[in-house]
Design a protein around this ligand. Structure first.
Ligand code: BGC
Ligand code: BGC
Length: 837
């Protein structure tokens, strides 16, 4: 595509029509790499029959809808940034709850509140008192491993685990159970399944993919979609136990260079089609009613603005007849666009813009663009028709209020025992046995078992990201009623088999010597780019259970290592140390499934392990290094399971750059420096105590968690003075800003500031400030995490794509403040409000 100044795209051929010279011919035969050739793509079979009555109804609606109503229909707002009154007034077509949104601002609101809010939005959409048509609003949610935003819902294993099961029929049952739980809360649409085909597991979303093998992913796409939606043409979706499905993210979200989230897939069109496109054929054949465009790019061009891919390939060649929804403000990343304006996404083929907090600005810009022709009316009509068609196929117009629909309010279905049984079966089938020396597994009935490891008794840890909160962080055990941790499952199973289990996180024990120890270790929850890594290795603090394993082995106790992880990682030291090694992936709420496989029941035969690797397992921590176990590998437990000693050379330097941590234990992170600034100049802090250039700021070590884990700053005199974190190289914080992350500073007020304090972020060219007053809310002498939404700095004019001062704390009078940590995160004790504009 050639990009014109306006940001609109024209096919290259249109510009070359008049040229006949050889150079121009050449250009035609070697088009830019992000140009799609529809004829290279397979045609899929869109199964929904066209319904003349429905088409007539759509035409008649379109004929009488105002431009405003049409524009409203193609916008989707986040419930944290929209009210029912807005839905009525702007005729919004859809709402969603993002990973951190919930009714009344409470992400953890009880199910009844979700249903009530669904009714309120529905009523608003059907209220024509302000004019317009009654068009029911559609609510989308990320029910990606069960209805995973809702307290008490069944949490199925994440997709990488399900890939290990190689069981499409199980996938259908999981989807069907999930659909029913979603319906209990009155929601009609889920952003699942993710049918990505991750090629580089450094990608933080690799766990959302079933496998690196396109054929395996394709074999799951159809059953999952039918489990959610039912069979196409079998009556309105919402009349049965079903919801609208979404295949995501189109295309090559899992094919980006270095596995970078929202990155660029630098691959040929053949690879794009054969690796990443394959599951979409199956999804379209199953009648998936929506497809989400990927945040990522293909050869430098954002998918969200790629007409060739969204329209020529997906809709025309492959015959997809549902609606294409964009991702969370992804339109703002398209060349020539901003969050507030992006006609190009619609002209490229997006039918609905996921515009969490940007919907109002888009409403204004799209109305103007539809009027001046920048957005052709025919295209707007087509987008609206796609939205209406999905609503009609779902039966939304006839379904009535959400609370009146089948399954609504049946909160007993959330975490219902038959759903939990399916999840537990999925856990059993997804465990992959990589080592079983001396056939130690399954453990004999009556064994005395020691359970250890930091992951053994933690539902949040075993559930990963997209669990109650976006990143799956900040959760407490009480938020998982009905769930079973691995330890709880093992305790029960040991007792049932006539043995006993004890739990000791660090593996130290007093009583009699255990017959075997089960040590649970692995990754901690993350989602999206927060999970991106540069080497295939656990973080240093996640490797401490290895010491526990070594100590137990030294005492002559057989060790079974159980790894919680979203993806394969280099674990040779653990594989060497343990007698048996089981990959449990992210199993979710039914930890009992792990015990089912590790312990032989008192009666009946032991179960065979059937899980096989859905991604190859690395022999080093190098992303492009040799493999230890190929795709499809897994022991059953019956064959000899010993493993020769493996090299413990990681093959790559320790990854010290922990992104997004600027100050840790009072010390600047790698690449950053901590400075004191005042009119006399700035002073970089290397050792403490130290004094600033003009003597107004002094710094000394103080304690936070550990001895000298923080720095105490004392400011005297008048005039601007600050403590700042800086670097030469600029960091790009656009994704973090779009993800609504916070700048979080762990601060202690030792002496209240005499003058107001401001927190700043930006670069020399563009700094933005947020007022923190005189830190009035902060109790003297106590540590508190102060959070500032990154959005505030963007709104204040800072260019967050180029940040070389991620933090400054500024005041102009005396104060004494201590600082322990500065990072980006999701949790804080106090969140500052953006400056009013
Ligand atoms: C993710 C999508 C998700 C959406 C809504 C985006 O950031 O990429 O997978 O469906 O947010 O939460
Ligand atoms: C996620 C949303 C989440 C949001 C705010 C996005 O990138 O996809 O689901 O709620 O960030 O944290």
């Amino acid at each position: 595509m050639f990009r014109l100044k306006s940001g609109l795209a024209l096919p290259l051929s249109a510009l070359c029509l008049a040229s006949t010279n050889a150079a121009a011919q050449d250009q035609i035969t070697t088009p830019p790499a992000a140009t799609a050739h529809p004829s290279l793509w397979p045609a899929a079979h869109w199964p929904w029959r066209s319904d003349p009555a429905m088409e007539a109804r759509i035409r008649s609606l379109l004929a009488s809808m105002s431009i405003e109503e049409k524009v409203g229909q193609i916008l989707q707002a986040d419930i944290a940034s929209v009210t029912p009154q807005d839905v009525r007034r702007y005729h919004l077509g859809s709402v969603l709850n993002g990973g951190n949104a919930g009714p009344g601002g409470d992400d953890y609101a009880p199910p009844a509140q979700w249903l009530k809010l669904a009714d309120t939005f529905y009523d608003a959409s059907m209220d024509t008192s302000a004019g317009g048509h009654a068009i029911p609003v559609m609510w989308g949610t990320d029910a990606v491993h069960g209805h995973s935003n809702i307290i008490g819902a069944t949490l199925f294993p994440h997709n990488s685990a399900l890939g290990a099961a190689h069981d499409p029929a199980l996938i259908r049952r999981i989807a069907a159970a999930t659909a029913i739980e979603v319906r209990a809360t009155g929601i009609d649409w889920t952003f699942a399944p993710t049918i990505t085909v991750p090629q580089d597991t450094r990608w933080g979303r690799a766990f959302e993919g079933y496998s690196s093998d396109p054929a395996l992913v394709a074999s799951y796409a159809g059953p999952f979609i039918e489990g959610l939606q039912g069979k196409p043409n079998s009556g309105p979706i919402l009349a049965g136990p079903h919801v609208i499905a979404t295949a995501k993210h189109f295309l090559a979200d899992g094919g980006t260079a270095q596995g970078r989230d929202q990155g660029d897939a630098q691959i040929s069109e053949e690879k794009l089609r054969d690796i990443h496109g394959t599951p979409y054929v199956a999804a379209i054949n199953a009648g998936v009613l929506s497809i989400m465009a990927s945040f990522s790019s293909w050869n430098g061009e954002k998918m969200t603005g790629n007409h060739g891919m969204l329209t020529d390939v997906l809709k025309q060649r492959m015959g997809f007849g549902g609606l294409v929804v964009s991702d969370w403000n992804a339109h703002g990343q398209v060349a020539g666009c901003s969050n507030a304006s992006c006609p190009r996404a619609i002209t490229a083929g997006i039918d609905m813009l996921m515009a969490p907090d940007s919907w109002k600005a888009l409403y204004t810009s799209l109305n103007a663009q539809a009027r001046d022709g920048t957005l052709p009316m025919a295209r707007l009509d087509e987008a609206v028709a796609s939205v209406l068609r999905v609503k009609m196929r779902a039966g939304l117009f006839e379904a009535g209020r959400p609370s009146s629909r089948p399954y609504a309010g049946r909160f007993d279905l959330l975490g219902a025992s038959d759903h939990r049984a399916i999840a537990r079966e999925a856990v059993r089938k997804s465990l992959v046995l990589l080592k079983n020396a001396g056939n130690i597994l399954p453990l004999a009935p009556g064994s005395r078992i020691l359970v250890a490891g930091d992951g053994a008794d933690d539902v949040a840890r075993q559930s990963g990201g997209w669990t109650l909160s976006w990143q799956g962080t900040g959760l407490s055990p009480a938020m998982f009623p009905g769930a079973t941790t691995l330890w709880q499952g093992l305790r029960q199973a040991a007792a049932d088999a006539g043995g006993q289990a004890t739990f000791s996180p660090d593996g130290r024990f007093t009583g009699p010597r255990p017959d075997a120890a089960i040590v649970v270790f692995g990754e901690a929850p993350y989602a999206e780019f927060q999970g991106d890594i540069s080497t295939l290795r656990l973080k240093p603090d996640q490797r401490t259970p290895l010491e526990t394993m070594r100590r137990l082995k030294a005492q002559g106790i057989p060790v079974i290592a159980v790894m919680l992880t979203g993806r394969p990682l280099w674990t040779n030291p653990e594989l060497n140390t343990a007698d048996a090694f089981v990959v449990a992936w992210l199993p979710g709420s039914e930890g009992g499934g792990v015990a089912d496989m590790l312990l032989r029941p008192a009666q009946g035969p032991a179960r065979n392990f059937i899980g096989r690797l859905p991604f190859a397992w690395p022999a080093t921590a190098r992303p492009d290094g040799p493999l230890l176990f190929p795709l499809g590998y897994g022991l059953t437990g019956k064959e000899p399971g010993s493993l020769k000693k493996l090299s413990e050379e990681a093959g790559v330097a320790e990854d010290t750059a922990s992104a997004d941590i600027y100050l840790n234990k009072g010390i600047a992170g790698p690449g950053w420096s901590l400075e004191m600034r005042e009119s006399a100049g700035s002073t970089r802090i290397t050792t403490v105590p130290a004094v600033s250039a003009g003597g107004r700021v002094t710094v000394a070590a103080t304690d936070h968690i550990v001895q000298e884990g923080a720095r105490r700053f004392t400011i005297t005199g008048q005039g601007a003075a600050s403590v700042a974190i800086t670097s030469q190289a600029a960091a790009d914080l656009s994704r973090q800003t779009n993800g609504e992350m916070l700048l979080v500073a762990t601060v202690r007020v030792d002496q209240a500031p005499a003058m107001p304090v401001r927190i700043a972020m930006g670069s020399v060219a563009s700094m933005a400030y947020v007022d923190a007053g005189k830190l009035e809310g902060m109790p003297i002498g106590q540590w508190r995490r102060i959070g500032v939404p990154l959005k505030c700095f963007r709104a204040g004019g800072a260019d967050l794509a180029k940040v070389n001062m991620p933090f400054a704390l500024e005041t102009s009078g005396p104060a004494s403040l201590s600082l322990a940590e500065v990072k980006l995160g999701m949790e804080a004790d106090t969140i500052l409000a953006c400056a009013k504009d």
